[in-house]
Each structure stands twice: as C-alpha cells, then as structure tokens.
Design a protein around this ligand. Structure first.
Ligand SMILES: Cc1cc2nc3c(=O)[nH]c(=O)nc-3n(C[C@H](O)[C@H](O)[C@H](O)COP(=O)(O)O)c2cc1C
Length: 244
C-alpha cells in the first residue's frame, strides 16, 4: 500500500503539519505501507488558468508546464493520500488550494445526476485515491475546522472517492512547545495509531478520531489560559522587535 501526504504549509519541515504527518506516516510504515511526504511549498505550482484545455483540447494534460504534471502522476499512483494543511482563513492554505485546483485534469467534463439528484461530473475510470484530511490551526477550539470538515465531504463526493479519516488539531503550535512535550508525545502516539489503522483497517477508527479531537490540555480553564499566555507572548515578541 502506498500512502502519499501532500503538505500545504509554507513552513515545510518546520511546520506543525510536518510533525503531525510524520507521526502518522511512521505508524503507517510500521503497519507495512510505503509512504512519502511531498512539501508542496517547494514545488512550482502555478494557479489554474480556468481555460479547460485539460478537458477539451488535451484531455488529462494541463496547458501549463510546471511541477503539477509530476504531482498528478504521484497523486494517482497512491492508494491513499493525505491532504495536510494548516488552517488559513478557516480554509486550506493557498498552496493547498492551488494544488487541489490543479487536479482538474484528472476529472471528466461530462455531467450527470448523482444519487441525491445533484449534478456532478461523470466518474472517471482512473482510480482516485481514498483520502485523509489533516490540519492544525492557531485557535484552541476544534470548532474552527467546520469549513474543512464540509470541504472534505464535498471533495469525496465530487471525486467519488472515500474520506477515510479526519485529523484536526486546534492550538497546533503547542505540539512544538517544549513545556508540554509529554502531552505532545502522547498526541503523536495517537497519530501513529491512526496511521496504523489506515493501513490495517482502511479507515481511522471512531475511537482514535475522538481521542485526537480532545483538547490537548484537559483543563476547563485552558482557553482563558491560552488567551493570557498568547497575548503575553505577542506583546513580548513585538516589544523585542521594536528594540532591535
Ligand atoms: C494567513 C494565515 C491565516 C490563518 N488563518 C487561521 C484561521 O483562520 N484560524 C486559525 O485558527 N488559525 C489560523 N492561522 C494560524 C495557523 O493555522 C497556525 O499558525 C498553524 O499552527 C500553522 O501550521 P503550520 O506550522 O503547519 O504551518 C493562520 C495563519 C496564517 C499565516
């Protein structure tokens, strides 16, 4: 089984996204998968021109020649892909959105009605990989992922493939905070478990998903402490910069 994670953070190796993906992929490898993480920020991916050349004139091939040809090939070669992205403006990052848009050549331009009576494009003969949505964000609550949750379901429906797992982490930067390394390490074990489950069972279990969804710090005052600490940090960093 081949699992490829596409990391849409501009912070590449430094990103919390990378930390989360790496733990997940370690678990998947332990369970026997071949894995790879692609840092999209290091690739040359231009935005979609909306010309539909890839559908109407050169089916399956974009008019632009950049790294996306190779990335589509990689995408289709996977059994499972991970869309891994920091939350930007309640959504995927721009890098990830560009990547998603540029997957257009995979699709079929023809229309049909789906089982709910909604119009969609005809299912392609190519096997579209099943996928996991993985994200982390700055705010502490899990509610900030509402848009991504809906997007993941829409992507699965539009591409007629399966969403086999969702991993969302509020206050994600805390995973890189030395003061809570014990808690972060426990969370990374959960991520490893999720990676193993995807290989063994084809899906992340409800139990693991629920555990991954729990607040990182199980303190009823966590949000208030978070606000105080973050504001102190912001003020100190701004003051430091002014001095330099
Ligand atoms: C342009 C931009 C937009 C952001 N929008 C949100 C947001 O809507 N909600 C949120 O909780 N955090 C937001 N963040 C914070 C990031 O999600 C957060 O810093 C995250 O931990 C970055 O992950 P990474 O290290 O994997 O890149 C935003 C950050 C940037 C730079």
């Amino acid at each position: 089984m081949k699992i490829i994670a596409f990391n849409g953070s501009p912070r590449a190796e430094q990103s919390t996204t990378n930390l989360m993906v790496s733990a997940f992929l370690t678990g998947a490898e332990e369970a026997g998968a071949i894995t790879e993480q692609v840092f999209l920020s290091k690739k040359n991916i231009r935005y979609c021109l909306g010309c539909f050349t890839c559908w109407l004139k050169t089916p399956g091939t974009c008019i632009q020649s950049d790294d996306m040809g190779e990335l589509i090939y990689k995408f289709l070669s996977a059994d499972i892909v991970i869309f891994a992205t920091p939350l930007y403006m309640d959504n995927v990052s721009g890098i990830m959105k560009n990547f998603m848009d540029r997957l257009l050549p995979i699709g079929d331009p023809h229309f049909e009605k789906d089982e709910h009576g909604e119009v969609r494009h005809v299912k392609v003969k190519t096997n579209i990989p099943k996928f996991v949505m993985l994200s982390n964000c700055g705010f502490p609550e899990q509610t900030h992922f509402q848009v991504l949750k809906l997007l993941a379901r829409r992507l699965a429906r539009n591409y007629q493939t399966e969403l086999i797992g969702e991993i969302y982490r509020g206050a994600g930067a805390l995973l890189q905070e030395p003061k809570i390394q014990k808690i972060a390490a426990q969370y990374l074990v959960l991520l490893k478990n999720a990676g193993q489950e995807v290989v063994k069972d084809g899906i992340i279990s409800q139990e693991t998903t629920l555990q991954l969804d729990m607040p990182l710090i199980p303190d009823p005052n966590f949000v208030d402490i978070f606000i105080t600490n973050m504001n102190t940090y912001m003020d100190a960093t701004i003051a430091e910069f002014k001095k330099s």
